[in-house]
Design a protein around this ligand. Structure first.
Ligand SMILES: [Cu+2]
Length: 70
């Protein structure tokens, strides 16, 4: 398992948090997702043999947010 933090712009409310959480959770190999709205940070715990940080970041972009750093 790997744990990474992704900086995401564009999340403004609980609905955004829910959208990002569900999108990332829909990927294979995700163990846990948590979003800190104040820090604009998405923490992802994932299995490196099944997914990677680029896949997770792409998914966040796909649902309408901007990945600032990963
Ligand atoms: Cu929102």
């Amino acid at each position: 398992m790997a744990q990474k933090n992704i900086q995401v712009e564009g999340m403004t409310c609980g609905h955004c948090v829910e959208t990002v959480t569900q999108a990332v959770n829909s990927l294979d190999g995700i163990n846990q997702v948590s979003v800190d709205l104040d820090k604009k940070q998405v923490s992802v715990d994932f299995d490196e043999s099944q997914t990677d940080i680029d896949t997770v970041s792409s998914k966040i972009v796909e649902v309408g947010f901007e990945v600032v750093s990963k």
